[in-house]
Unconditional design. Structure first.
Length: 428
């Protein structure tokens, strides 16, 4: 039922997801996520396939040398996965003689991750400096948002999330620095990326992860660091616990897929209800009586939604009126959104022009490149580290809200709600 930008996964939601190992006798060897949108489940979902430890072991072997085709199915004994699934999902590719297979997707070893982290820290600081040089322009843009108290939160959501994360992925692809998102036979478009366990990198305050859910009227996202997951007071993250209810069916792929699909359907209905309420309150329909008249929702669903939104701080109630407790963008904010994304895009394009070649030279020894994976594919992960370090630097310098500041309700992340028509999500 998930969804990510940053390290994104999903059925209909967009997000970064660590795969769970099904081989309970062993600990996971790799963690997997997708950037893009996965609408499939079971054996058509690369995250599910890569959650089995024997599959993970095979992938790590393929980092170091070609794998004999004849022995692959035997190595996968005890799992529902076969060589056919690995080839269909593009995780392996066969050599011309078909006797051997090679790794065909982005898997970063412990050493790869440490190298990428070290190099990206330096470039991320430079990227943050490029944004800081335009602080006065951003402050003028955000002065148009009517709730002054929420402006730092909104700046974080739009600059760290929508611009550097989502917009940066789009821009780097458009300019040819990052590979085009592959479209798979089932119609989904996504990158698969795995990381070997054990790198022990400090990712606290690297705000490179987004969890998001598109809606017909309003959309929801949280932007933050990996340490803030699961974001128990954020939408759509709040519903993540429902996924664990399907765990007992993971080894029956067809039931597992159908059950998750059913859960997603009802979660999306709940998110649609929440979107209608947030939109109405942001546009001035702010009392229980007015909402009862204005919204085409059954009383029990409307009351349950109000109770939930108030409990997680998305709404506040004062003097019998509801007020947004998190940034909410409506149609009136379209000029603000457009100005933010345009300025951010200009800054990133110039910075990339000046720094991309040097970054590539600094990272030529990564194992994906030794396996024939182009740097433009690896750059999808490089960019995540780089804008992650940039977002951390900007938060710590009070450029915008600091999600790791003491006393915050939303520790390590910032929620954002917006009219679906005014802000494009990746892959949509």
């Amino acid at each position: 039922m998930r969804i990510h930008s940053a390290w994104m996964a999903a059925a209909v939601l967009l997000v970064g997801q660590a795969a769970k190992a099904d081989d309970t006798a062993s600990k996971p060897l790799i963690r997997t996520a997708v950037t893009g949108s996965v609408g499939a489940s079971g054996l058509d979902d690369p995250q599910y396939v890569l959650s089995f430890v024997p599959v993970q072991r095979l992938m790590l072997d393929a980092v170091n040398h070609p794998i004999a085709t004849a022995g692959i199915d035997k190595a996968l004994t005890g799992t529902p996965v076969s060589l056919r699934h690995l080839l269909q999902l593009g995780l392996l590719r066969q050599d011309q003689d078909k006797d051997t297979c090679r790794l065909n997707y982005l898997l970063l070893t412990v050493q790869d991750q440490r190298t990428m982290y070290r190099v990206s820290a330096r470039y991320g600081q430079s990227l943050a400096d490029a944004f800081r040089a335009h602080k006065a322009e951003f402050d003028e843009i955000f002065s148009r948002y009517p709730d002054a108290a929420l402006r730092p939160e909104l700046m974080f959501g739009l600059i760290a999330g929508a611009a550097l994360n989502w917009g940066g992925l789009d821009l780097t692809t458009e300019l040819g620095y990052r590979a085009q998102t592959p479209r798979h036979p089932n119609g989904n478009a996504y990158f698969v990326h795995s990381k070997e366990v054990g790198a022990q990198l400090d990712l606290t305050a690297l705000y490179l992860d987004s969890q998001s859910a598109p809606g017909s009227k309003m959309s929801f996202a949280t932007f933050g660091d990996g340490g803030s997951l699961p974001r128990l007071q954020g939408l759509p993250d709040l519903f993540e616990g429902l996924e664990s209810a399907t765990d007992n069916w993971r080894k029956i792929p067809e039931v597992f897929a159908a059950l998750r699909s059913e859960y997603v359907t009802y979660v999306l209905l709940a998110l649609e209800d929440a979107g209608q309420v947030m939109d109405a309150v942001a546009n001035g329909t702010d009392t229980a009586a007015a909402l009862s008249k204005a919204l085409p929702l059954p009383d029990d669903r409307r009351k349950a939604t109000l109770r939930l939104l108030t409990a997680i701080g998305y709404l506040h109630e004062a003097d019998h009126r509801y007020l947004p407790g998190v940034p909410v963008l409506t149609a009136r904010d379209q000029p603000l959104v457009d100005a933010t994304l345009k300025l951010s895009r200009t800054i990133m394009a110039e910075w990339l022009r000046l720094n991309y070649t040097a970054m590539k030279d600094d990272l030529t020894e990564l194992s994906p490149m030794r396996n024939g994976v182009p740097f433009s594919l690896a750059f999808s992960e490089v960019w995540h580290y780089e804008f992650g370090f940039a977002t951390k630097s900007l938060a710590e310098s009070s450029f915008y809200a600091n999600p790791r500041a003491p006393g915050r309700r939303y520790e390590g992340y910032v929620p954002l709600v917006w009219a679906a028509s005014i802000l494009k999500m990746p892959g949509r």
